[in-house]
Write a new protein. Sequence first.
Length: 277
Amino acid sequence: MSAPISELNFVTARRPVRVLRPDSPSQAVSLARQCRASYTAGGTWLQPAYERDQCWPENLVALNASWPGFWGLEDGPNGLTVGAMTSLAEMARHPLVRDYLPPLAKFLNLVAGPGVRALGTVGGNLIVGGDLSALAMALDVRVDVVGHAGVRILPLSQWLRERTSEDLLRGFTIPDCRGWRMSLEKLGYRARFSPTRATLACVHDGYRLRLAVGGEGGLLRLAATEAFLNGWAALAPDDFGAVLDCELVDHGWQDSHLRMALRRMTTGLLSEVALGT
């Protein structure tokens, strides 16, 4: 006989909220499915949702960082494995991050403010299309997901297309990218304490260039722009902007001013990666 599920109930200005505390990942998945509940860990997404006048979920499933595989970083045979409930601050100061991804440690310190970085999790940031998502897409990160059918390990891009509301992200694996050149830039209304309008990641793995963007228009691997730059940059280096703009428009990035800013950002990041800075 399973133990009773711990609950916490509180009332917001809009509706009562019930927080369910499962004993295991499988129980969390079952509760999310049965109660149409959303997962919460750091909970930093709740306040922005409230401020945008969206309704809070009626049911929340609280996750537990002590569950195996949900917290911490480990250097494994397939790369750097990161538990989804690792905080942004913990990841920023971890020595393995400085080994694998030197620019990321500095970049993470630009995400929101210290309080958000201490509470916010890397998994949550990835799921909501936060500042980590563009780099994860460019690096071909693989995710470890618990669902009603068991555990699945698959590319992030595939999971984002197929994910269901009860899918629970346990962690993700960054391929061994030591020695790769990479650069990141974000565009926001302010440097801190506000949602990012766009984050751009530029990576060169020694053979080819990789580009990805995340933000107001969604998360996108810039495959057409990549193909152009990898195949034709030497012949027409200034023409990539038109390719980039068309690709962004085709995938829902309608703000022309934002697209122009992304073109400038891409030009700068390409220079940084080419120089290895």
